[in-house]
Write a protein that binds this ligand. Structure first.
Ligand code: ZN
Length: 333
């Protein structure tokens, strides 16, 4: 499954070979002395990350980077020892017992009898968060409009610098020319307006309503989705997935509604690039890892978390934002 975004994960694009049974396959051996093809290594790293620590999974989770270094090889060996596999050689072979055991750990996870209940609760929370998402997008549009007024007119009886300062806190406008400032503010406003049109739903070429109320679905590959991802948007249709949906994975279960609100705002950013690649909103940094705070203006303009952060901050306040992402406490007030 190829995803446009596996949000809150340490990898940006994964190619996972998942067969009809849901098992992950590799083309050649991975680990100590293995062929270590990048896609295979990523598949094994993702499988290992899905193993519970008490079943031999790595702590902390591995970077899913396609590189078989000491941490990955060590994690394979640890898993083999914990599972008492025939050979603890720190290598996973395409038809070997270690790959079989890794897939079995993953499918055991999927065989959870409470799964249907948890999935229903997950979808219900995502839908319950929708009014908050709509409010946040509307507030972000109003905020950006007020910032544009200030950038055009300057401070006066009807214009305050506060909205502009708020936008600048999130998108770092310092040092830009007036023309560039106005152009980039217009881009931000357009992005939020496109998010709003997604929320309202629109009719596809075949007459079916896409997005809107049909926007959410349950990840149909429990354990097969990118490791740690809480929500994702597929890059192409197939394997039971369509690109007009946001898929929620079991990694989001138990999280507060604010998390669903924030992640929906983030995923909406990825939706708005369908028609024009120059409008693309991708992932350059995450609030979850604090990496969003290190981005310059140019990267922030195209980073999904910046759009989610500003809308959330404006609507629900800094305290609720920091409660979700404690590393954002380092953000200027
Ligand atoms: Zn993303």
């Amino acid at each position: 499954m190829r995803v446009k975004c596996d949000c809150e994960s340490r990898c940006t694009a994964l190619d996972l070979a998942v067969d009809a049974s849901g098992s992950t396959a590799i083309t050649a051996s991975v680990g100590l002395g293995g062929a270590n093809r990048a896609a295979d290594v990523r598949a094994v790293q993702s499988l290992l990350n899905d193993v519970r620590p008490d079943r031999g999974g790595p702590v902390p989770p591995l970077d899913v980077d396609g590189l078989a270094g000491p941490l990955t090889n060590g994690a394979i060996g640890k898993f083999q020892r914990k599972q008492s596999l025939p050979a603890a050689d720190s290598r996973v072979d395409p038809d070997g017992p270690t790959l079989q055991a890794l897939n079995s750990e993953r499918s055991n996870k999927g065989a959870d009898p409470d799964r249907r209940t948890r999935e229903a609760a997950r979808l219900a929370t995502a839908v319950a968060a929708m009014p908050d998402v709509q409010l946040a997008v509307q507030r972000a549009i109003s905020l950006t409009e007020a910032a544009i007024d200030f950038a055009m007119l300057g401070k006066g009886l009807t214009t305050s610098s506060e909205p502009f300062d708020f936008v600048s806190k999130h998108f770092k406008f310092e040092g830009l020319s007036r023309d560039r400032t106005l152009a980039d503010l217009a881009f931000i406003k357009t992005t939020y307006i496109r998010m709003r049109s997604v929320l309202r739903g629109r009719t596809g070429l075949t007459g079916t309503l896409i997005f809107g109320a049909n926007m959410f679905d349950i990840d149909p590959h429990p354990g097969g989705s990118p490791s740690q991802a809480k929500a994702y948007v597929p890059r192409e249709d197939g394997e039971g997935l369509v690109t007009s949906r946001i898929y929620w994975t079991d990694a989001v279960d138990g999280h507060p509604r604010d998390r669903f609100t924030y992640l929906t705002l983030h995923e909406l950013g990825h939706f708005v690039d369908e028609e024009d690649p120059s409008l693309e909103i991708v992932d350059h940094g995450y609030a979850f890892f604090g990496t969003v705070l290190k981005l310059n203006h140019e990267l922030r303009m195209h980073n999904a978390d910046n759009y989610a952060m500003m809308a959330f901050d404006r609507t629900f306040g800094r305290a609720r934002l920091v409660a979700l992402y404690p590393l954002l406490a380092a953000m200027p007030a």
